[in-house]
Design a binder for this molecule. Sequence first.
Ligand code: MGD
Ligand code: MGD
Ligand code: MO
Length: 723
Amino acid sequence: MEALEEREIYGYTFCDACTTPFCGIKAHVKEGKITKIESWENFPNGPLCAKGYATLQTEYSPARLGYPLMRTNPKGSPDPGWIRISWEKAYEIIAQKLKEIREKYGPESVLFYVGDPKEPRLAVSRLASVFGSPNYGTESSTCYRAAALASQLVFGVTSAAMAAAMGSISEQTKSILIWGTNPAWTSHTLMPRLFAAKSRGVKFIVIDPRRTPTAEKLADIHLRPRPGTDGALALGMAEIVIERGLYDKNFVKEWVYGFDSFKDYVKGFTPDKVERITGVKATDIENASMMYAENSPGTLLAGVSTLMHNTNGVQNFRAILSLIAILGYFDVPGGVAVPTYPLLPFFISGDMLRTAEEMLDVDFVKLKDKIAMKEKRVDREFVPVWADLVPEQIQMNFLPEYVKSGKIKAALLFAANATMWPQYREYQEALEKLEFSVAVDYFLRPWTHNYVDIVLPAATNYERSEPFAVFGRKVYVRKPVVKPYMEARSDWQIVFDIAVRLGYAEDFWGGDTKKAMDWILEKAVGITTDEVQIPEGKVIPPPGPEIFRKYETGMLRKDKEKGFPTPTGKVEIWSTVLEKYGFDPLPVYKEPEESPVSRPELAEKYPLVLMTGDRIPVFTHSKHRELSWVREIVPFPQVNMNPEDAAKRGIKEGDLVTLETLHGSVKVKAHLTYMLPEGVVDLPHGWASVPEANANDVVGRLFDPISGFPSFKTGLCEVRRGA
Ligand SMILES: Nc1nc2c(c(=O)[nH]1)N[C@H]1C(S)=C(S)[C@@H](COP(=O)(O)OP(=O)(O)OC[C@H]3O[C@@H](n4cnc5c(=O)[nH]c(N)nc54)[C@H](O)[C@@H]3O)O[C@H]1N2
Ligand SMILES: Nc1nc2c(c(=O)[nH]1)N[C@H]1C(S)=C(S)[C@@H](COP(=O)(O)OP(=O)(O)OC[C@H]3O[C@@H](n4cnc5c(=O)[nH]c(N)nc54)[C@H](O)[C@@H]3O)O[C@H]1N2
Ligand SMILES: [Mo]
């Protein structure tokens, strides 16, 4: 009896403040209301942070969307004239419109999209496939996936990027290169592992222009390059390592394709030359390279989105991965290791790919169907490498072009924020031009929803059960902790309901989302959700011990041959794939399209280098601004700048300033801090709710031609006092 009472009092769910199911929440529930939340004990991730606790304010926010809304004024009107409609009416309109548009323009003219909140992804991706549209996209068009693409090009698998994102650290690790990431503020649950490594004597090299808490607490050596020059720095480190004979000669001889050309190329990146490019002292580059090579094995923890936020991102990251490769740090104990038995592996055409969500199941999203439809992808003419190597999603950055050319006519948008893109007004216009669009969210967000036809209310992480969570070899499920707010429904349920009305009942388990989750789990690990206890979770024992150097035993290739799943079977520092597409096959360094070096005349007017979107600890992107528990901590938008730069411009702490680039301007307060080096400023993103401070007004639409990623981190700007 006691146990039963316990279950009535506590509910367990995954926090959704970040992206995927991340930390665990234990909710105290009384008479159907949550009275208090705390960390779920023994959950693999935690404890809860300020954002996590603030999810309780989301739950009970009076601003939440409670029922479906439909516009009554035409698009373009300042007021959409929202009226309440029933779910039945909403579904009827959606199904009818989608059928009409499919009839008229073909199924590929409908875009399916999920933003950074990743929980709806599997369901939405499946619906796109069943509907017959390969045009399913996500926010990964600016995040993680380009680093995974770089890893595919070098190693044939995405896993090096995944390892670099999650931190592949073990007892054998002797050095850690933290490159372009600040986990103290963005992945706090990693910090205990990093501090433990530090106390074991592991050496830390941090590469970040800013003096972050991560660098201050951990770095033995902190290099502060000009943003976007990381490729040159990696090539310079490779030059030192090769010149001094510190690389892994056996590995290179046996497994690296293009080493001689690479060796010749890096000769142009001597420490002095790299100092001139990056601004990092030659001796510091030498010391860092020696430390990383001599404390072997080393691993990598990298800003897998940040480092890609410039026009040469894929090649820069390939240069970093090439350094890892020649040092022999790939897939060795303590190095950048690939998990041997990922719970839900993602096998396709010989590559062991793994998506950001860990739980993406190939069959569930019908990846084969997407590949069969790939000629109908709208991104092919813009980013052919991405279109061929990223089978599960299209590149979203060219949405304005897709709509202008008439290829995309309608959109189903889950957790979308139109202002996350550079020059976001063009994306708002694109949405406005569509014949039909639907958005699903917790809140009415005018900056996105003013441009769509119907808005549907999503149930929160306290109110839904889908999806389950996977950590390593552990599976967790949850049950709704409380009833949904008003008429809100879970994202998965909304997808399934729409699918049933489109005539896909059979493909969507008659609308039963639990049966769908059971199907995935059963197929992957032979259990159903009912077999996973709450809160204990379920360990699925691995079939054997971890195996390293999998390329030696044929474990990386579908044909079971030794080697890597690349065209040459080797680590491709010289990429035969890029060569085929007409790109430089070596990981060449190119200046950002707008930099003091590439555009000196522009730098005269805009002398400061601009990074946008360095994360704020208490917000995730555009979220949480409405929650007083965290908004009190960071109440208004500000630009962070070095006090010397400020003094030259007569700017004092708290002054209202205008930050201007070639592409636009914003008005924010100045915060003076030695965290920033001289000549570099940092403008946080996500202030959609303060329109005159939206970072994506000042970022230009300049893209990496391989991945299509925007240059969020490498602009040129000027800051002046006053509005
Ligand atoms: N200038 C600049 N721009 C950037 C970046 C940068 O560094 N600089 N970073 C880029 C990166 S890496 C990323 S990942 C993107 C992120 O950008 P987005 O993907 O746009 O993420 P959010 O701003 O969090 O928007 C999420 C929306 O989903 C809603 N939502 C939250 N949870 C749920 C849910 O479970 N279901 C539903 N239906 N809705 C939900 C929220 O209310 C919000 O409106 O921004 C990119 N944009
Ligand atoms: N609190 C919070 N946490 C988050 C998020 C959030 O919005 N808020 N967003 C989540 C998401 S989607 C993402 S993608 C991750 C991002 O995770 P991180 O990459 O850790 O996020 P950033 O704060 O952008 O940190 C990047 C660091 O790189 C530095 N940097 C910027 N440009 C360059 C460059 O060109 N070269 C080098 N070497 N360094 C550079 C910045 O100074 C900054 O300290 O965070 C996730 N976690
Ligand atoms: Mo991201």
